[in-house]
Design a protein. Structure first.
Length: 447
Protein backbone atom coordinates (compact mmCIF):
# COMPACT_ATOMS: atom_id res chain seq x y z
CA UNK A 1 0.00 0.00 0.00
CA UNK A 2 3.00 2.33 0.27
CA UNK A 3 3.06 2.80 -3.51
CA UNK A 4 -0.69 3.60 -3.59
CA UNK A 5 -0.23 6.17 -0.85
CA UNK A 6 2.66 7.64 -2.84
CA UNK A 7 0.44 8.00 -5.91
CA UNK A 8 -2.24 9.83 -3.91
CA UNK A 9 0.04 12.00 -1.81
CA UNK A 10 0.65 14.60 -4.55
CA UNK A 11 -2.96 15.38 -5.37
CA UNK A 12 -2.70 18.80 -3.66
CA UNK A 13 0.01 19.75 -6.12
CA UNK A 14 -2.26 18.90 -9.01
CA UNK A 15 -4.68 21.69 -8.14
CA UNK A 16 -1.78 24.14 -7.83
CA UNK A 17 -0.75 23.50 -11.39
CA UNK A 18 -4.20 24.27 -12.80
CA UNK A 19 -3.99 28.00 -12.20
CA UNK A 20 -1.68 30.42 -13.92
CA UNK A 21 -0.92 28.07 -16.79
CA UNK A 22 -4.57 27.62 -17.74
CA UNK A 23 -5.15 31.35 -17.72
CA UNK A 24 -1.97 31.77 -19.69
CA UNK A 25 -3.27 29.53 -22.45
CA UNK A 26 -6.26 31.81 -22.94
CA UNK A 27 -4.16 34.98 -23.18
CA UNK A 28 -3.37 36.54 -26.58
CA UNK A 29 0.21 36.39 -27.89
CA UNK A 30 1.07 39.79 -29.36
CA UNK A 31 3.81 39.78 -31.97
CA UNK A 32 6.71 42.14 -32.49
CA UNK A 33 7.45 42.94 -28.85
CA UNK A 34 10.16 41.58 -26.61
CA UNK A 35 9.33 39.30 -23.71
CA UNK A 36 10.07 41.86 -21.00
CA UNK A 37 7.61 44.28 -22.62
CA UNK A 38 4.93 41.61 -22.68
CA UNK A 39 5.61 40.65 -19.06
CA UNK A 40 5.52 44.27 -17.97
CA UNK A 41 2.19 44.77 -19.75
CA UNK A 42 0.83 41.60 -18.16
CA UNK A 43 1.81 42.85 -14.72
CA UNK A 44 0.28 46.32 -15.11
CA UNK A 45 -3.35 47.45 -14.84
CA UNK A 46 -5.39 48.03 -17.99
CA UNK A 47 -7.70 50.94 -18.60
CA UNK A 48 -10.86 50.67 -20.65
CA UNK A 49 -12.06 53.40 -23.04
CA UNK A 50 -14.44 54.47 -20.30
CA UNK A 51 -11.49 55.05 -17.96
CA UNK A 52 -12.10 52.04 -15.71
CA UNK A 53 -9.06 50.15 -14.51
CA UNK A 54 -9.21 46.38 -14.85
CA UNK A 55 -7.16 43.70 -13.17
CA UNK A 56 -4.47 42.29 -15.49
CA UNK A 57 -5.11 38.87 -16.97
CA UNK A 58 -1.58 37.77 -16.06
CA UNK A 59 0.17 38.71 -12.84
CA UNK A 60 3.36 37.59 -11.19
CA UNK A 61 2.29 34.84 -8.81
CA UNK A 62 2.27 35.13 -5.06
CA UNK A 63 4.51 32.81 -3.09
CA UNK A 64 2.81 29.66 -1.99
CA UNK A 65 4.12 26.48 -0.73
CA UNK A 66 5.48 23.71 -2.74
CA UNK A 67 6.24 20.39 -3.25
CA UNK A 68 5.47 19.75 0.72
CA UNK A 69 6.82 16.70 -0.35
CA UNK A 70 4.85 13.84 -1.62
CA UNK A 71 1.62 15.04 -0.15
CA UNK A 72 2.06 18.50 -0.79
CA UNK A 73 3.88 20.74 -2.97
CA UNK A 74 1.22 23.06 -2.12
CA UNK A 75 3.29 25.11 0.06
CA UNK A 76 5.70 23.23 -2.30
CA UNK A 77 2.18 23.63 -2.75
CA UNK A 78 3.44 26.81 -1.93
CA UNK A 79 4.79 28.20 -4.86
CA UNK A 80 2.32 29.41 -7.29
CA UNK A 81 0.07 32.36 -7.84
CA UNK A 82 -3.27 31.20 -9.05
CA UNK A 83 -3.34 27.81 -7.43
CA UNK A 84 -5.95 25.74 -5.71
CA UNK A 85 -6.78 28.36 -3.10
CA UNK A 86 -7.04 31.02 -5.79
CA UNK A 87 -9.39 28.78 -7.76
CA UNK A 88 -11.40 28.27 -4.59
CA UNK A 89 -11.64 32.01 -4.02
CA UNK A 90 -12.59 32.56 -7.66
CA UNK A 91 -15.25 29.85 -7.37
CA UNK A 92 -16.76 31.75 -4.45
CA UNK A 93 -16.28 35.19 -6.07
CA UNK A 94 -13.87 36.71 -3.54
CA UNK A 95 -11.72 39.77 -4.10
CA UNK A 96 -7.97 39.75 -4.78
CA UNK A 97 -7.08 40.79 -1.23
CA UNK A 98 -9.09 37.94 0.22
CA UNK A 99 -7.54 35.52 -2.27
CA UNK A 100 -4.13 36.60 -1.01
CA UNK A 101 -5.14 35.75 2.54
CA UNK A 102 -6.45 32.35 1.47
CA UNK A 103 -3.03 31.76 -0.09
CA UNK A 104 -0.92 33.08 2.76
CA UNK A 105 -2.62 32.01 6.00
CA UNK A 106 -2.32 28.22 5.46
CA UNK A 107 1.38 28.62 4.64
CA UNK A 108 2.05 30.59 7.80
CA UNK A 109 0.16 28.07 9.92
CA UNK A 110 1.92 25.09 8.32
CA UNK A 111 5.34 26.63 8.86
CA UNK A 112 4.46 27.29 12.49
CA UNK A 113 3.39 23.66 13.10
CA UNK A 114 5.92 21.75 10.96
CA UNK A 115 8.61 21.37 13.60
CA UNK A 116 6.07 20.69 16.34
CA UNK A 117 4.43 17.89 14.36
CA UNK A 118 7.85 16.46 13.46
CA UNK A 119 8.87 16.41 17.11
CA UNK A 120 5.63 14.75 18.18
CA UNK A 121 6.01 12.13 15.43
CA UNK A 122 9.55 11.30 16.56
CA UNK A 123 8.30 10.73 20.09
CA UNK A 124 5.36 8.56 19.04
CA UNK A 125 5.57 4.78 19.09
CA UNK A 126 5.57 4.84 15.29
CA UNK A 127 5.49 7.64 12.71
CA UNK A 128 2.48 5.90 11.18
CA UNK A 129 0.26 7.15 13.98
CA UNK A 130 0.86 10.81 13.15
CA UNK A 131 0.63 10.22 9.39
CA UNK A 132 -2.73 8.42 9.65
CA UNK A 133 -4.19 10.98 12.07
CA UNK A 134 -3.10 13.81 9.79
CA UNK A 135 -4.50 12.10 6.70
CA UNK A 136 -7.84 11.40 8.40
CA UNK A 137 -8.17 15.00 9.56
CA UNK A 138 -7.20 16.12 6.06
CA UNK A 139 -9.93 13.89 4.64
CA UNK A 140 -12.73 14.98 6.96
CA UNK A 141 -12.19 18.73 7.37
CA UNK A 142 -12.52 19.64 3.65
CA UNK A 143 -16.13 18.45 3.71
CA UNK A 144 -16.90 21.69 5.50
CA UNK A 145 -16.15 23.59 2.28
CA UNK A 146 -19.55 22.43 0.99
CA UNK A 147 -21.30 24.35 3.78
CA UNK A 148 -19.51 27.72 3.83
CA UNK A 149 -19.96 30.62 1.44
CA UNK A 150 -18.60 33.63 3.32
CA UNK A 151 -14.91 34.52 3.21
CA UNK A 152 -13.97 33.80 6.83
CA UNK A 153 -15.61 30.39 6.76
CA UNK A 154 -13.74 29.43 3.61
CA UNK A 155 -10.46 30.73 5.05
CA UNK A 156 -10.98 28.69 8.22
CA UNK A 157 -11.81 25.41 6.50
CA UNK A 158 -9.15 25.82 3.81
CA UNK A 159 -6.49 26.47 6.44
CA UNK A 160 -7.62 23.47 8.51
CA UNK A 161 -7.69 21.30 5.36
CA UNK A 162 -4.20 22.40 4.30
CA UNK A 163 -2.52 22.02 7.69
CA UNK A 164 -2.55 18.20 8.06
CA UNK A 165 -1.13 17.50 4.62
CA UNK A 166 1.54 20.15 4.88
CA UNK A 167 2.60 19.14 8.39
CA UNK A 168 2.83 15.38 7.83
CA UNK A 169 4.66 15.62 4.51
CA UNK A 170 8.13 15.73 6.09
CA UNK A 171 7.14 12.97 8.53
CA UNK A 172 6.13 10.81 5.59
CA UNK A 173 9.45 11.39 3.84
CA UNK A 174 11.47 10.52 6.93
CA UNK A 175 9.35 7.45 7.67
CA UNK A 176 9.49 6.19 4.08
CA UNK A 177 13.27 6.58 4.00
CA UNK A 178 13.72 4.60 7.21
CA UNK A 179 11.34 1.90 5.98
CA UNK A 180 13.20 1.61 2.69
CA UNK A 181 16.55 1.27 4.44
CA UNK A 182 15.22 -1.29 6.89
CA UNK A 183 13.80 -3.44 4.11
CA UNK A 184 16.61 -2.80 1.66
CA UNK A 185 14.14 -1.33 -0.85
CA UNK A 186 14.42 1.82 -2.94
CA UNK A 187 13.13 5.11 -1.52
CA UNK A 188 13.54 6.66 -4.95
CA UNK A 189 10.90 4.32 -6.39
CA UNK A 190 8.46 5.24 -3.58
CA UNK A 191 9.03 8.91 -4.27
CA UNK A 192 8.75 8.37 -8.03
CA UNK A 193 5.24 6.99 -7.63
CA UNK A 194 4.31 10.31 -6.05
CA UNK A 195 5.39 12.08 -9.24
CA UNK A 196 3.50 9.54 -11.37
CA UNK A 197 0.39 10.15 -9.28
CA UNK A 198 0.80 13.89 -9.74
CA UNK A 199 1.07 13.46 -13.52
CA UNK A 200 -2.01 11.23 -13.67
CA UNK A 201 -4.19 13.44 -11.50
CA UNK A 202 -2.89 16.55 -13.25
CA UNK A 203 -4.19 15.31 -16.59
CA UNK A 204 -7.44 14.04 -15.10
CA UNK A 205 -8.11 17.30 -13.27
CA UNK A 206 -7.52 19.30 -16.43
CA UNK A 207 -10.12 17.34 -18.37
CA UNK A 208 -12.66 17.43 -15.54
CA UNK A 209 -12.35 21.20 -15.15
CA UNK A 210 -12.84 21.64 -18.90
CA UNK A 211 -15.88 19.35 -18.94
CA UNK A 212 -17.62 20.47 -15.74
CA UNK A 213 -16.22 23.93 -15.01
CA UNK A 214 -15.14 25.42 -11.66
CA UNK A 215 -18.06 23.76 -9.85
CA UNK A 216 -16.15 20.46 -9.93
CA UNK A 217 -13.31 21.83 -7.82
CA UNK A 218 -14.60 21.27 -4.30
CA UNK A 219 -16.12 17.80 -4.93
CA UNK A 220 -12.95 16.66 -6.65
CA UNK A 221 -10.67 18.02 -3.94
CA UNK A 222 -12.76 16.48 -1.14
CA UNK A 223 -13.01 13.15 -2.95
CA UNK A 224 -9.26 12.85 -3.40
CA UNK A 225 -8.67 13.89 0.23
CA UNK A 226 -11.00 11.12 1.43
CA UNK A 227 -9.32 8.60 -0.89
CA UNK A 228 -5.92 9.59 0.46
CA UNK A 229 -7.18 9.22 4.04
CA UNK A 230 -8.52 5.73 3.27
CA UNK A 231 -5.19 4.71 1.71
CA UNK A 232 -3.31 5.87 4.81
CA UNK A 233 -5.11 3.23 6.91
CA UNK A 234 -3.25 0.56 4.95
CA UNK A 235 0.21 1.94 5.63
CA UNK A 236 2.60 -0.45 7.42
CA UNK A 237 4.57 0.34 10.59
CA UNK A 238 7.61 2.42 9.70
CA UNK A 239 9.94 2.11 12.68
CA UNK A 240 12.31 -0.81 12.94
CA UNK A 241 11.38 -3.41 15.59
CA UNK A 242 13.65 -3.31 18.61
CA UNK A 243 15.28 -6.62 17.66
CA UNK A 244 15.87 -5.72 14.01
CA UNK A 245 18.88 -3.72 12.86
CA UNK A 246 18.26 -0.95 10.36
CA UNK A 247 20.04 -1.34 7.04
CA UNK A 248 22.10 1.77 6.37
CA UNK A 249 24.59 2.71 3.70
CA UNK A 250 26.36 4.75 6.35
CA UNK A 251 26.31 2.27 9.18
CA UNK A 252 29.80 3.32 10.23
CA UNK A 253 28.84 6.97 10.57
CA UNK A 254 27.84 8.17 14.02
CA UNK A 255 24.15 8.98 14.27
CA UNK A 256 23.19 12.00 16.35
CA UNK A 257 20.24 11.70 18.70
CA UNK A 258 19.30 15.34 19.16
CA UNK A 259 18.74 18.21 16.75
CA UNK A 260 21.11 20.41 18.75
CA UNK A 261 23.96 17.93 18.28
CA UNK A 262 23.55 17.83 14.52
CA UNK A 263 22.90 21.56 14.02
CA UNK A 264 26.50 22.26 13.00
CA UNK A 265 27.64 24.33 9.98
CA UNK A 266 28.79 21.27 8.02
CA UNK A 267 25.29 19.77 8.37
CA UNK A 268 23.18 22.93 7.96
CA UNK A 269 25.07 24.44 4.99
CA UNK A 270 24.32 21.74 2.37
CA UNK A 271 20.65 21.64 3.31
CA UNK A 272 20.44 25.43 3.18
CA UNK A 273 22.24 25.34 -0.15
CA UNK A 274 19.75 22.93 -1.66
CA UNK A 275 16.88 25.00 -0.27
CA UNK A 276 18.25 27.79 -2.46
CA UNK A 277 18.28 25.40 -5.44
CA UNK A 278 14.74 24.38 -4.55
CA UNK A 279 13.68 28.02 -4.53
CA UNK A 280 14.88 28.49 -8.11
CA UNK A 281 12.72 25.55 -9.19
CA UNK A 282 9.62 27.09 -7.63
CA UNK A 283 10.38 30.13 -9.77
CA UNK A 284 10.15 27.91 -12.85
CA UNK A 285 6.85 26.50 -11.62
CA UNK A 286 5.40 29.95 -11.08
CA UNK A 287 6.80 31.94 -13.98
CA UNK A 288 7.96 29.40 -16.57
CA UNK A 289 4.76 29.22 -18.60
CA UNK A 290 4.30 32.99 -18.48
CA UNK A 291 7.81 33.61 -19.78
CA UNK A 292 7.58 30.97 -22.48
CA UNK A 293 4.31 32.42 -23.66
CA UNK A 294 5.85 35.90 -23.82
CA UNK A 295 8.78 34.49 -25.78
CA UNK A 296 6.40 33.19 -28.42
CA UNK A 297 6.42 29.49 -27.51
CA UNK A 298 3.18 27.98 -28.90
CA UNK A 299 0.51 27.18 -26.35
CA UNK A 300 0.29 23.56 -27.45
CA UNK A 301 4.02 23.16 -26.75
CA UNK A 302 4.08 24.61 -23.23
CA UNK A 303 2.06 21.76 -21.72
CA UNK A 304 4.32 19.00 -23.10
CA UNK A 305 7.40 20.94 -21.96
CA UNK A 306 6.07 20.94 -18.41
CA UNK A 307 5.23 17.25 -18.65
CA UNK A 308 8.79 16.49 -19.80
CA UNK A 309 10.13 17.92 -16.55
CA UNK A 310 7.85 15.74 -14.44
CA UNK A 311 8.67 12.67 -16.56
CA UNK A 312 12.40 13.32 -16.16
CA UNK A 313 11.96 13.63 -12.40
CA UNK A 314 10.09 10.32 -12.19
CA UNK A 315 12.59 8.52 -14.44
CA UNK A 316 15.58 9.59 -12.35
CA UNK A 317 13.83 8.55 -9.13
CA UNK A 318 13.01 5.14 -10.56
CA UNK A 319 16.70 4.72 -11.48
CA UNK A 320 18.05 6.18 -8.25
CA UNK A 321 19.16 2.90 -6.70
CA UNK A 322 21.45 2.25 -9.67
CA UNK A 323 22.91 5.74 -9.67
CA UNK A 324 22.78 7.13 -6.15
CA UNK A 325 25.11 4.65 -4.45
CA UNK A 326 28.11 5.61 -6.57
CA UNK A 327 28.65 9.06 -5.07
CA UNK A 328 28.24 10.58 -1.61
CA UNK A 329 25.02 12.34 -0.68
CA UNK A 330 26.62 15.79 -0.66
CA UNK A 331 28.52 14.97 -3.83
CA UNK A 332 25.30 14.30 -5.69
CA UNK A 333 23.75 17.44 -4.19
CA UNK A 334 26.68 19.40 -5.62
CA UNK A 335 26.14 17.83 -9.04
CA UNK A 336 22.50 18.91 -8.88
CA UNK A 337 23.48 22.46 -7.89
CA UNK A 338 26.04 22.89 -10.68
CA UNK A 339 23.59 21.49 -13.23
CA UNK A 340 21.01 24.01 -11.98
CA UNK A 341 23.43 26.88 -12.57
CA UNK A 342 23.90 25.87 -16.22
CA UNK A 343 20.18 25.22 -16.69
CA UNK A 344 19.15 28.69 -15.51
CA UNK A 345 21.98 30.36 -17.45
CA UNK A 346 20.72 28.80 -20.67
CA UNK A 347 17.11 29.64 -19.79
CA UNK A 348 18.17 33.28 -19.49
CA UNK A 349 19.08 33.37 -23.18
CA UNK A 350 15.45 32.56 -24.09
CA UNK A 351 16.34 29.48 -26.17
CA UNK A 352 14.24 27.81 -28.85
CA UNK A 353 12.00 24.79 -28.31
CA UNK A 354 14.70 22.22 -29.11
CA UNK A 355 16.97 23.59 -26.38
CA UNK A 356 14.04 23.90 -23.97
CA UNK A 357 13.30 20.20 -24.44
CA UNK A 358 16.85 19.35 -23.39
CA UNK A 359 16.65 21.74 -20.43
CA UNK A 360 13.37 20.27 -19.25
CA UNK A 361 14.82 16.78 -19.49
CA UNK A 362 17.60 17.95 -17.16
CA UNK A 363 14.99 18.49 -14.41
CA UNK A 364 15.69 15.02 -13.09
CA UNK A 365 19.29 16.06 -12.42
CA UNK A 366 18.72 19.62 -11.21
CA UNK A 367 15.87 18.73 -8.85
CA UNK A 368 15.24 15.01 -8.27
CA UNK A 369 18.89 14.04 -7.78
CA UNK A 370 19.50 16.89 -5.34
CA UNK A 371 16.33 16.23 -3.39
CA UNK A 372 17.10 12.54 -2.96
CA UNK A 373 20.65 13.43 -1.97
CA UNK A 374 19.30 15.67 0.80
CA UNK A 375 16.96 13.01 2.16
CA UNK A 376 19.78 10.46 2.21
CA UNK A 377 22.15 12.99 3.79
CA UNK A 378 19.68 13.59 6.62
CA UNK A 379 19.14 9.85 7.10
CA UNK A 380 22.89 9.20 7.12
CA UNK A 381 23.60 11.57 9.98
CA UNK A 382 20.49 11.44 12.19
CA UNK A 383 18.93 8.72 14.30
CA UNK A 384 15.26 7.77 14.25
CA UNK A 385 14.81 9.91 17.36
CA UNK A 386 15.01 13.13 15.32
CA UNK A 387 14.31 11.91 11.78
CA UNK A 388 10.93 13.59 11.27
CA UNK A 389 11.92 16.77 13.13
CA UNK A 390 15.03 17.22 10.99
CA UNK A 391 13.09 16.54 7.79
CA UNK A 392 10.49 19.09 8.92
CA UNK A 393 13.24 21.66 9.48
CA UNK A 394 14.46 20.98 5.94
CA UNK A 395 10.97 21.54 4.52
CA UNK A 396 10.60 24.81 6.45
CA UNK A 397 13.85 25.94 4.85
CA UNK A 398 12.49 25.03 1.41
CA UNK A 399 9.39 27.09 1.94
CA UNK A 400 11.18 30.14 3.27
CA UNK A 401 13.75 30.18 0.47
CA UNK A 402 10.97 29.58 -2.06
CA UNK A 403 9.15 32.63 -0.75
CA UNK A 404 12.32 34.72 -1.06
CA UNK A 405 12.90 33.49 -4.62
CA UNK A 406 9.32 34.08 -5.71
CA UNK A 407 9.08 37.58 -4.27
CA UNK A 408 12.43 38.50 -5.79
CA UNK A 409 11.51 37.08 -9.18
CA UNK A 410 8.19 38.91 -9.03
CA UNK A 411 10.15 42.17 -8.89
CA UNK A 412 12.62 41.17 -11.61
CA UNK A 413 10.40 39.61 -14.27
CA UNK A 414 8.52 42.76 -15.38
CA UNK A 415 11.80 44.55 -16.15
CA UNK A 416 14.11 41.67 -17.13
CA UNK A 417 11.83 39.10 -18.70
CA UNK A 418 13.57 35.77 -19.30
CA UNK A 419 16.93 37.27 -18.35
CA UNK A 420 15.76 37.08 -14.73
CA UNK A 421 16.91 33.45 -14.94
CA UNK A 422 20.47 34.80 -14.74
CA UNK A 423 19.65 35.87 -11.19
CA UNK A 424 18.29 32.38 -10.50
CA UNK A 425 21.61 30.99 -11.77
CA UNK A 426 23.41 33.19 -9.25
CA UNK A 427 21.09 31.95 -6.52
CA UNK A 428 21.89 28.35 -7.50
CA UNK A 429 25.61 29.11 -7.59
CA UNK A 430 25.43 30.40 -4.01
CA UNK A 431 23.69 27.15 -3.04
CA UNK A 432 26.45 25.14 -4.71
CA UNK A 433 28.98 27.13 -2.72
CA UNK A 434 27.26 26.19 0.56
CA UNK A 435 27.42 22.50 -0.33
CA UNK A 436 31.08 22.73 -1.38
CA UNK A 437 32.07 24.50 1.86
CA UNK A 438 30.37 21.73 3.87
CA UNK A 439 32.36 19.10 1.99
CA UNK A 440 35.57 20.90 2.94
CA UNK A 441 34.52 21.04 6.59
CA UNK A 442 33.74 17.32 6.81
CA UNK A 443 34.93 14.74 4.33
CA UNK A 444 32.29 13.72 1.79
CA UNK A 445 33.28 10.09 2.08
CA UNK A 446 31.93 10.08 5.64
CA UNK A 447 28.43 11.19 4.57
Amino acid sequence: MVWLWSVLRFNGDVFDRHGLRDRLAAAPSPQGRCSRQLIAEAASPRTSPAGHTHEPELRPPDARSPHVNLLWHFLHRQRRSRDVSADLAEWQGHHAEQTGLINAVPIIVILAFNLIVGRVADRARDWRQVIVIGALIGGIVPIGLFFVNEFWGILLFWTLASLPGGAIGPVLDAASMRLARRNGTDFGVMRAWGTVGYMLFNGLTGYLVVWFGAAIFVPLFVGLAILRAAASLQLPPFRAPAEQLTISVAAAAPKTGSLREVAKPWFILPLFGFCMIYGTHTVLNAFGSLLWKAQGIPEDVIGPLIALGAASEAAVMFLWKRLGGRISARGIMLVSAVASVFRWLLMGFEPNVAVLIALQLSHGITFAVGYLGCVHFIANWTSENIAAETQSLFVVGQQLLSAVALVGFGWLVPSMGGQAYFVAAGFALAGAGCIWVSMQMKAARAS
